[in-house]
Design a binder for this molecule. Structure first.
Ligand code: SF4
Ligand code: MG
Length: 252
């Protein structure tokens, strides 16, 4: 029988813990494909966050360290500084990275740490039950904004990619999505580029990936992909925010 699909090397055989239709699984695959494609899986150390991807250490077939909530960039900083020849990445959601871990994220970027951050933005706190996150859209209904996020009291969403791109320590910042096949392919190229930038010792790299949360958005998987496209992308435009990698591509 012809093999039409195989799980990428770089992922373990552990069944993913994500809800049906959640795009975390696609993003895991892109990270594993990038690392195996670059031939660095055996010298990679990932840092797992707190959030839906808390079990990431079970899924990536490389060394993994579990970080306290939001502290993954600080843990990655330590790892990279003592093991500069290893590839070090964090895998973080928006609650972890853009709320609890804002300080660690911003300062690791400002220091130009030669690490790669995979930032999964689904505009909500997933694991804890669908509360408003810093990236929740204006008007978006969540468990803690039942009438929609009112920016007059709850403030405005944070565009992490644009914000970090202003810092001199950042070599590469791009926002991508996984709502359809072309987007997934483009996201895979961005992830690989970020890891290549680290191998080239260019400094801090971050790929923000717009992702779905069907469970807490109250939508089915297909509706979720459409909602991401129709609602999230207008607020979080896709594209390269900064690129000093020397690998080609533009800057906004
Ligand atoms: Fe994915 Fe949302 Fe389920 Fe978390 S709660 S695994 S983000 S669908
Ligand atoms: Mg989230």
């Amino acid at each position: 029988m012809a093999v039409v699909y195989q799980k990428p090397r770089g992922l373990t055989d552990a069944p993913l813990s994500y809800c049906p239709g959640c795009t975390h699984g696609i993003i895991h695959k892109l990270v594993a494909e990038a690392l195996t494609g670059l031939g660095v899986m055996d010298k990679t150390v990932g840092v797992a966050p707190v959030g839906c991807s808390v079990l990431a250490y079970s899924f990536f077939d490389c060394d993994m360290v579990q970080s306290p909530h939001g502290r993954a960039p600080a843990v990655a900083t330590g790892l990279k500084r003592v093991m500069p020849d290893n590839v070090v990445f964090t895998y973080q959601g928006d609650g972890d990275l853009a709320a609890i871990g804002t300080a660690e994220t911003v300062h690791a970027a400002a220091r130009g740490e030669n690490i790669t951050i995979i930032f999964v933005n689904n505009a909500i706190y997933g694991m804890t039950g669908g509360q408003m996150a810093p990236t929740t859209l204006p008007g978006q209904i969540t468990q803690t904004t039942p009438y929609g996020r009112d920016v007059s009291g709850a403030g405005y969403p944070i565009r992490i990619c644009e914000m970090l791109a202003t810092l001199d320590g950042v070599a590469y910042a791009e926002r991508v999505s996984v709502h359809d096949v072309p987007s997934v392919r483009k996201a895979g190229r961005a992830v690989k580029k970020a890891f290549q930038a680290q191998l080239d010792k260019k400094g801090f790299s971050l790929v923000e990936i717009l992702s779905t949360c069907p469970t807490n958005w109250g939508l089915d998987p297909l509706e979720s992909l459409q909602w991401l496209k129709d609602k999230m992308i207008p607020y979080y435009p896709l594209g390269v925010m900064k690129d000093l990698t020397g690998q080609g591509g533009g800057q906004l």
